[in-house]
Design a protein around this ligand. Structure first.
Ligand SMILES: Cc1ncc(COP(=O)(O)O)c(C=O)c1O
Length: 367
C-alpha cells in the first residue's frame, strides 16, 4: 500500500531531534509565548524576507486575525477563490465581512486577476490570494491591481511555505501572509499551529495583541482578542523540521518532475509550474474526467489518492447558497476532476515509478 501521505516516515527519521526538542521544552516548563516561539518567528520572518512573524494557533486563525487587524468587518467585501480549502473564505465570515468568490485559472488553480478586477465594488477591501497546492498565485498582477485600487492583499500561503514568485518568497508579497502548520502541510506541526508574516509593523503589533486576549501587557486588555497562541512544544518541533524544509521541497519537486515524465502523453491534465512561479508541490494534483473510476482503480492496486476538493466553495452550505453554479465553471470542473497522487518527501523512487505505472494501467482499464 502506498498512502497519499505518510507522516510516520518523517517522524521516524527525525525521532531523536524531535524528542530532544520536547525534552528541552518540558525542562523549561515554559509552554506559552516563550523563547522557542520567538526563535521560530525570527526564522520564519527570515525565510519570507519580511520583518515580522507572529505565531498563532492555526492557519485559520492567522487568516481571520489578518483580516481583523486590517480593520475588515461588516459591510466590507473580500475577494477570494471559488476553489480552495474552506478557511480561505470562512475567515471572511468570521470577521463579519462578505466573501466574494472569483473563479480560478485551471492551469494553476490560482485566482484569475481579470476576474478579480471584474468582481471589485466600492465595498471591496481586500483580496485573499491562495497559493493552492503550493503553486503561487500571480502576485505581480494581483499586487498591482490592489495598489491601483487601494485594496489590501492577504496571501493564503497555508500550502506554499518555501514557494516563490518572480524570485520573491511567498509571504513577502501581501500586506500579510498566513501559513498553516497543520500536520500534513509541507512544514507540519504535531498538532495545530499557524503563523502570520508581514512587513507592516502596525499589523504585527495588532495581531500580537489580538492573539493574546487583546493585551500587550499582562492583564491590561486594550480590545477584544482571542486566545490563539502557537505553543512552545509545537514551536520547538517546528524548528527541528524547518531545518529540513529545503531538502524536503527539493524532494517534492523531484518526485513531481518524475510523475510528470511518467504520465505525459496520457489523457490527463498534469500540474505544472508556470514561470515565474516556483512550485513546492504540497500536492501533486492532476485532472481526469474519469477521476472517480481512476481513484477506485488505483485504490484496488494499493495506491492511495485524495480529493482536494470535492465541491467549489460557493456550493458549500456554510456560505448559504450565495453563488450560482454557472458563475464558476473552472471551480466546478476542478472539483469534478482533481485527484492528488501520493506526494511526500520520503516517497521512494521505486514508489514513484510504481504509482506512475499504476496510473497508466488504471487509465487503460477505465477508458
Ligand atoms: C489553503 C488553506 N487555507 C487555510 C488553511 C487552514 O489552516 P489550518 O488547518 O491550520 O487552520 C488550510 C489548511 O488546512 C489550507 O489548506
Amino acid at each position: 500500500m502506498i498512502p497519499q501521505i505518510d507522516l510516520t516516515r518523517q517522524h521516524l527519521a527525525l525521532r531523536a531531534e524531535l524528542l530532544d526538542a520536547v525534552e528541552r521544552v518540558l525542562g523549561s516548563a515554559q509552554f506559552i509565548l516563550g523563547p522557542e516561539l520567538e526563535a521560530l518567528e525570527r526564522e520564519l520572518a527570515a525565510l519570507c524576507g519580511v520583518r515580522h512573524a507572529v505565531g498563532v494557533a492555526s492557519g485559520t486563525d492567522a487568516l481571520a486575525l489578518a483580516l481583523r487587524a486590517l480593520g475588515i468587518g461588516p459591510g466590507d467585501e473580500v475577494v477570494t477563490a471559488a476553489f480552495s480549502f474552506v478557511a480561505s473564505a470562512t475567515t471572511v465570515l468570521h470577521v463579519g465581512a462578505t466573501p466574494v468568490f472569483v473563479d480560478i485559472d485551471l492551469d494553476t488553480y490560482a485566482l484569475d486577476p481579470e476576474l478579480v478586477e471584474r468582481a471589485l465594488t466600492p465595498r471591496t477591501k481586500a483580496v485573499i490570494a491562495v497559493h493552492l497546492y503550493g503553486h503561487p498565485a500571480p502576485m505581480d498582477r494581483l499586487a498591482r491591481l490592489a495598489r491601483d485600487r487601494s485594496l489590501a492583499v492577504v496571501e493564503d500561503a497555508a500550502q506554499a511555505i518555501g514557494a516563490a514568485y518572480a524570485g520573491r518568497p511567498v509571504g513577502s508579497w501581501g500586506d500579510a501572509a498566513c501559513f498553516s502548520f497543520y500536520p500534513t502541510k509541507n512544514l507540519g506541526a504535531c498538532g495545530d499551529a499557524g503563523m502570520l508574516v508581514t512587513d507592516r509593523e502596525d499589523l504585527a503589533e495588532r495581531v500580537r495583541r489580538l492573539r493574546n486576549h487583546g493585551a500587550r501587557e499582562k492583564y491590561h486588555h486594550l480590545e477584544l482578542g482571542w486566545s490563539s497562541r502557537l505553543d512552545e512544544l509545537q514551536a520547538a518541533l517546528l524548528r527541528v523540521k524547518l531545518r529540513h524544509l529545503p531538502e524536503w521541497i527539493e524532494a517534492r519537486r523531484r518526485l513531481a518532475a518524475r510523475y510528470t515524465a511518467l504520465l505525459s502523453g496520457l489523457p490527463l491534465a498534469l500540474p505544472f509550474e508556470r514561470p515565474p512561479a516556483r512550485h513546492v508541490y504540497h500536492h501533486y494534483t492532476l485532472r481526469s474526467p474519469q477521476r472517480d473510476a481512476l481513484a477506485k482503480a488505483l485504490a484496488e492496486q494499493g495506491v492511495g489518492t485524495a480529493l482536494h476538493y470535492p465541491l467549489p466553495l460557493p456550493a458549500q452550505p456554510v456560505f448559504g447558497g450565495r453563488a450560482v453554479e454557472r458563475g464558476f465553471p473552472c471551480a466546478w470542473q476542478a472539483s469534478r476532476e482533481v485527484l492528488s497522487l501520493p506526494c511526500f518527501a520520503e516517497l521512494t523512487d521505486a514508489e514513484v515509478e510504481f504509482v506512475g505505472k499504476e496510473v497508466r494501467q488504471a487509465l487503460q482499464r477505465v477508458a
